[in-house]
Design a protein around this ligand. Sequence first.
Ligand code: FAD
Length: 471
Amino acid sequence: MEKHLEALKDAVARPLWHDPEIMPESLASLSSDQKCDLLIVGGGFTGLWAAMQAKERRPDADIILIEQTFVGDGASGRCGGFISTTLTQGETNTAHRFADEAGRLEQLGIQNLRELLETVDHYHIDARYEKTGEMFVALDPDSAKRLQKEYQQALAEGEDVVWFDKDSVREQVNSPIIHAGLWERDGQDGVIDPARLCWGLKDVLVNQLGVRIFEGTKLLDLKPVGNESMQAFCEGGVISSDKVLLATNAFTSLIGEIRRSVIPVWDYQIATEPLSDEQLDRIAWGKTSRHALADYVNMFHYFRLTKDNRITWGGGGAVRYYFNNGIDKKYMDAPACYEQLAKELFEMFPQLDDVKFTNKWGGIIATSTRFCMVPGTAYDGRIAWSVGYTGHGVGASRFGARIGIEMLGYAPTDILDMQFVRQKALPWAPEPFRWFGVRFTQNALIKADRNGGKRGLWLKFLDRLGLGFTC
Ligand SMILES: Cc1cc2nc3c(=O)[nH]c(=O)nc-3n(C[C@H](O)[C@H](O)[C@H](O)COP(=O)(O)OP(=O)(O)OC[C@H]3O[C@@H](n4cnc5c(N)ncnc54)[C@H](O)[C@@H]3O)c2cc1C
């Protein structure tokens, strides 16, 4: 059996973060009709942070949060745990779409992450945060040149960045395929354990702030009651609420505008067993540095160390869009994706040929046509949503939650006047064009990556339409 298949043989199909030892008990499902001021649908970061910030702004608000399975079962409890200030999937996307608001968005992103970490601290949530910055590594000489230009530009803009050439980068992360590295170490960017954060927030909301959370409770339908309030028809009962926040991200929505602006893209990850000291010595990483890493390509891998020195490894070409917005949990069973990831990890670190994988899992990324969050409202502002964070939602979802509750009247501020909030996202094409389009674009991105980043005709065409994806 090939080495990567052997190493993957006993991996459990469960997110590393969903450790049964620390998973909290499920909360009861809804079993009778209820009333509240604010109903939040979705127990991921957006929903949890919305409840937290709504309570900060209106401590007496009666809030219910419902989650169809369990808190942290969506992208939030399955992600890579890279946490950053970006609200827009990076500076290139900001410059492309919100150039006039770039400075404000940067400041809001910094403020958002600072406040997020302060809250985590305040409530003593053990989210296993590590301030690592983020390091991009170039995998070929052309990419190294492009990355070096980014370094020069960042230096000129006064950012705290460090450049590693081929030799010095291997003292940080010893891989034979890395040609250079750019470490962005300013600010508070780092990594967390995402499920611990979800469950820590859940605990605070229920036990300290009086938010009622019903797990195993799916929203089935929404109906207005006159001009005043909404009724949410759920498994187990009807909830009457003045306002409703939909924090359902990539999951199928009752609202057509959400269904058109976001598609679910599956992203897969694997995790190794904890590395021994001697294994860490072989790769330097974990000894001389603990960078949170991504390779500098369009279809990038993201990889990091956990507190107990496992490597989690995800992304790359192992992302899939399944026809007609497929979100069924059967797509967790994706052997080809896991095998590809395992093979690629051994290409990055051939010295780790004795390491085994313990976990493999997938989750759905809500991808919007603007590659960052999409806020919106319906029913005269009685319903709001914030969805579509694409690959950067761990930090940004708290800001999305803020926009959501402000749109529902919870101490609104002038952020609601920003283009970032007001501008509508373009709709995705209907099927079957959607499936072909995503497939074709993914292949074009892979081709560009193999070609030192040179974008072909299709990608240039998308760029001109404002639909081009860049990392
Ligand atoms: C594999 C993977 C890796 C990622 N890595 C990173 C990363 O490293 N850094 C980063 O910044 N971002 C990353 N992301 C993106 C990030 O995880 C998300 O943007 C973020 O978690 C979105 O949070 P959310 O609360 O909006 O959505 P979710 O966490 O998906 O929560 C939505 C919740 O709504 C519930 N729900 C849906 N419909 C209903 C209904 N009808 N009734 C009741 N409940 C419902 C779902 O069950 C789900 O729990 C990653 C995503 C994935 C999938």
